[in-house]
Design a protein around this ligand. Sequence first.
Ligand SMILES: [Zn+2]
Ligand SMILES: [Zn+2]
Ligand SMILES: [Zn+2]
Ligand SMILES: [Zn+2]
Length: 245
Amino acid sequence: MKLYEEPPAVISSDAHPAHKLKLQVTTDGPPFRCDGCKEPGGGKERRYSCDAGCDFDLHTTCALSSPTLKHPLFGGDVEFELLPSAPPPVDATYCDACGDRARGLVYHCFDRDLDLHPCCAALRMESVVHGGHLLKLCGEAELRCIVCGEKQGRRQSSSSSKRFWAYRWCYDGVTGYLHVACMKKIAVMSWEQDYKDGVGGGVVEASVTIMEGMLRRRSPTGNAGSGSGVELGIRGLENITKIVE
Ligand SMILES: [Zn+2]
Ligand SMILES: [Zn+2]
Ligand SMILES: [Zn+2]
Ligand SMILES: [Zn+2]
């Protein structure tokens, strides 16, 4: 996916043809639900909102997504098409990255019957996040996920396990895996917390504190007891575990 360095200030979208959509750079509101993919977004995340005041918001990723997509985790011969909603049966469509339902705008591959949320398709393959954590996106977790304790992810509202994407985190010489699905849950929780506390964070950034705490606990030289970040991470993890179960 082509990510725009500087998204345009105003756009038109087929999803809301009546009015222009304006880039909201500084918002201070509650988390929102994207009217494209129907997935949540953070209150401080950049988004496109109706310029005439309708309750209509799009993730910047959804608003600017390209009509077709190839993804490095699926190889060059797998092509996805952007569809306003998944082909029927719609209620049985799950994102092959995070395992959540695909309820709206979706990248679909007709040959292989694969689906990706635009936001999942746009996840960075590699990045270095706050604090020096090195992240690499993988097709599946090679070790048990630090948050849910499972290797394979689980489809939302289904007991069948399937391989879902995970980030491999390297921090301070220790490696751990975290499902994209689990990171999304952490992000949503932190956005709700942010709304009260006023601290920002994207899907990836929201997991940093928790992963720092967990990886430091695993490190032979680490000191789990020091630093409020670690305690915050472990406390956060206890909350997440409750949500995930
Ligand atoms: Zn969206
Ligand atoms: Zn409008
Ligand atoms: Zn997804
Ligand atoms: Zn997990």
